[in-house]
Write a protein of this length. Structure first.
Length: 423
């Protein structure tokens, strides 16, 4: 914590002195001369102790200041003559920034307290700098009211590096504050036209508007990512108000997840559930959290075959009396026959895929495709098995609308959200 006191004030002014022949001795005596009548010269040793926070001003000076109630009608004129001439003319604004920074970190000063006794600036007036010389002069009238002899620890922190950092932090806060103000003004103007902007968005993406729920997933996972589907990028760049209006225009419920890790964490829960359902052996489930999260590394534009024929032999030789090769049907048939306990040898779905689709050696892109497809194809069965009840009906895009690994990945995360976080 910093402290706005005579020692820190004098240390700042000394660092921003005009020339090498100017220093703490001239500055402090100039300050005192500006407010007192014919003061005695403060010797160099005492000046050093005052600047270092180990001594107070001489009592005779304090008595005269108290008698005058710290007021002198000609003080500011004297200050400019006796003190301003010793300060670097191009650094007075930086002096103000450092003093305001110190005041902002001084917990003993209330936000409503006046720290500039000329312009009457308060601590809360952080972003306002009028006449810098007037402010510096006004702060001196503030700091001389307080004891200075136990402020050495605060004086030590006033270095060139401290002052540079204070100026940079002040500028950053002012820039952020101005940017936020401008943003609010822009948003106030833009928000009046939100409904028409939402309709324009929907018209531009009419062909893929069925994937709108996946826009929400993209916005949660990585809104700064350069997506293959530019509808995701445009949605991520919208204001929160416009996003809500776009969803409203399409009767699309909001998805509530803190961040991508909240969604990625569902992969572990899914892996545990399919192991319990005996859809996969324990030594195979690690693939979901190791590989699925890398889906966005694959940005090819070639359309996906989302109903691939992955059986190398007739389906009837894998499942009795079945002739379909659709993955969701394969999983459904497995659970059907397993539940009937028909005393037949059934292939554990993910284990069978591992062996017959060469998961151990196939291209990573192909493995990621199958893992995402497995999630999408089995989530409804997981919901039914564990009796997960959904709180609200989500808009789940049809898998036939997905065209890329990116789409498939976002759809699998949406299915996991619907299974676990929407129940």
């Amino acid at each position: 914590m910093s402290k706005l006191c005579l020692s820190t004030y004098l240390s700042v002014l000394t660092l921003y002195k005009r020339t090498i022949r100017t220093g703490q001795f001239k500055i402090l005596n100039g300050l005192v001369k500006s407010i007192c009548s014919n003061p005695d010269i403060i010797d160099k040793e005492l000046v050093s102790h005052i600047k270092n926070g180990r001594r107070n001003l001489p009592q005779v000076i304090i008595d005269e200041l108290e008698e005058k109630h710290y007021q002198n009608p000609h003080y500011f004129e004297f200050f400019k003559s006796n003190v301003e001439i010793n300060l670097h003319p191009e650094k007075t604004t930086d002096i103000c920034k450092v003093l305001k920074y110190i005041a902002s970190h001084d917990e003993r000063i209330d936000d409503s307290s006046v720290i500039d006794y000329i312009s009457h600036d308060k601590k809360s007036d952080f972003d306002h700098i009028g006449d810098p010389v007037s402010f510096i002069a006004g702060v001196f009238l503030y700091v001389i009211q307080f004891q200075n002899d136990e402020t050495a620890d605060y004086a030590k922190e006033i270095t060139e590096e401290f002052c540079k950092s204070a100026v940079n932090e002040y500028d950053a806060k002012i820039f952020t504050s101005a940017a936020n103000t401008n943003s609010e003004l822009r948003n106030n103007i833009i928000d009046t036209d939100i409904p028409s902007q939402a309709k324009s968005f929907c018209r531009r993406h009419e062909d893929s508007i069925g994937l709108l729920p996946l826009c929400q997933i993209a916005n949660i996972v990585n809104p700064a990512h350069n997506h293959v589907n530019k509808m995701y990028d445009e949605y991520c760049d919208c204001s929160e108000t416009l996003k809500k209006q776009i969803l409203k225009e399409n009767n699309c419920p909001m998805i509530h997840a803190d961040d991508e890790y909240a969604l990625y964490g569902l992969l572990s829960r899914f892996a545990d559930d399919i192991e319990t359902m005996e859809l996969a052996s324990k030594d195979k489930t690690y693939m979901f959290w190791q590989y699925v999260v890398r889906s966005l590394d694959y940005e090819e534009l070639e359309p996906l075959d989302i109903n691939p024929s992955f059986f190398p032999i007739a389906p009837s030789r894998i499942m009795p009396d079945r002739n379909t090769s659709v993955l969701s049907q394969f999983i459904g048939d497995y659970l059907f026959y397993k539940d009937k306990d028909m005393n037949i040898s059934l292939p554990v779905p993910l284990d069978w895929m591992w062996a017959n689709l060469n998961f151990g050696s196939c291209a990573e892109r192909d493995l990621i495709f199958w893992l995402n497809l497995f999630i999408i194809s089995s989530c409804y069965d997981v919901q039914a098995y564990f009796k997960y009840n959904n709180n609200e009906s989500l808009s789940i895009p049809n898998i036939t609308d997905t065209k890329t690994i990116e789409d498939l990945f976002f759809l699998s995360l949406l299915m996991l959200y619907d299974t676990y976080m929407n129940s």
